[in-house]
Design a protein around this ligand. Structure first.
Ligand code: FES
Length: 346
């Protein structure tokens, strides 16, 4: 089922949505600026359209080495759990639903449509518009990907924020920027400084300890406090899914919500690998997407873990000449062979 609003939204490409995100950023509160950009990388429209258009969906998923749970269909009310604005979802969703009834394509730009809905919601909730805009563009992108029927069928209920997310937006930013104390004489320590990585995934949240200059994935694998594979079958050890630990498979990609500047700079290898995988990593030495097996921490960091991974840069985005990957483990090698076989079969 489509209507004037979904017809209008369907005209925009992935690049259009990302351009709208960039244009909207000055009108988004700092607490959600990176989270908004991460959300659009976790739910890429072009990969969804590629898979939807495939005659054989299972073969197409195999062809891009997709693992985990991709897509928004079962996450309409939850995909944005890591945004501060998540708490306003019920009202944002209701406003978008109302817009599906009255929308006429006289609105000249996507950004104006977003801001108009954002203004109405902000007035209703008595909240600053910059707290709402990110949720509106995410809501419209979700509607575009799942359709009116599924969008309306979702209950729109969200859990009340807990932990540091229950604080003010500026307190959340300050909390994420803080490092763990090293004790009374911590300033004398040159080795064995210990920090924390706070994480969120689709089902849960928590923290693990990281030693100074340790890779995030290595620190995650030391945390044996839960049966991680029960939460996500990609998690062999620790909450961050890993496979090759050598920037060759893309399994360990994470969004960085805080402490990005305390992670080592992106190497040429990591930057190149992210293009091959299709994760659309922005330029910059300390971006908001990282490979956990490459990023070493020298302070506290806050990450969000996506529910899937794939290698789709070449097939879907055409942004790399060749798939240049060097498998380091048997299972990573198998993953690459699957991909190579799918590519050569075309
Ligand atoms: S675990 Fe393979 S890229 Fe990090």
């Amino acid at each position: 089922m489509s209507n004037a609003l979904t017809d209008y939204l369907s005209k925009f490409t992935e690049a259009d949505w990302l351009a709208a995100v960039d244009e909207l950023l000055p009108c988004v509160h700092d607490v959600d600026k990176d989270a908004l950009q991460i959300w659009f990388r976790f739910y890429p429209l072009d990969l969804k359209r590629y898979l939807d258009a495939a005659e054989d969906r299972a073969a197409a998923e195999l062809g891009v080495a997709l693992q985990g749970k991709f897509g928004l269909e079962d996450k309409i009310d939850s995909s944005h759990h890591f945004l501060y604005g998540h708490r306003y979802w019920k009202t944002v969703k209701a406003a978008i639903e109302a817009e599906t009834v009255v929308f006429k394509e006289s609105t000249p730009t996507l950004i104006e449509e977003i801001k108009a809905i954002g203004m109405a919601v902000a007035e209703k909730l008595h909240v600053e518009r910059q707290m709402i805009n990110a949720m509106v563009i995410i809501g419209l992108a979700t509607l575009n990907q799942v359709g009116v029927e599924a969008f309306k069928a979702a209950p729109g209920e969200v859990e009340q924020p807990k932990g540091i997310m229950a604080k003010s937006p500026n307190a959340v930013i300050a909390e994420r920027a803080k490092d763990d104390s090293q004790g009374l004489f911590g300033f004398l320590k040159t080795v064995n400084k210990k920090y924390s990585v706070a994480w969120e995934n689709a089902k849960s949240h928590g923290k693990f300890t990281i030693v100074n200059e340790q890779e995030i994935s290595s620190a995650s694998s030391n945390d044996r406090s839960q049966n991680w594979q029960k939460q996500d079958e990609r998690c062999w050890e620790g909450v961050v899914p890993v496979e090759c630990v050598a920037a060759s498979c893309g399994t360990c990609w994470v969004g960085v919500l805080g402490g990005a500047e305390k992670l080592t700079e992106v190497s040429r290898r990591e930057r190149r690998a992210m293009k091959v995988f299709g994760y659309n990593q922005p330029e910059g030495d300390h971006p908001f997407l990282r490979l956990a097996c490459q990023a070493k921490a020298s302070g506290n960091a806050t990450i969000v873990i996506p529910a899937w991974n794939a290698v789709f840069g070449k097939k879907v985005r055409g942004n790399v000449e060749d798939v240049e990957l060097e498998p380091n483990t048997t299972s990573a090698k198998k993953l690459r062979e699957t991909l190579a076989a799918a590519v050569s079969a075309e």
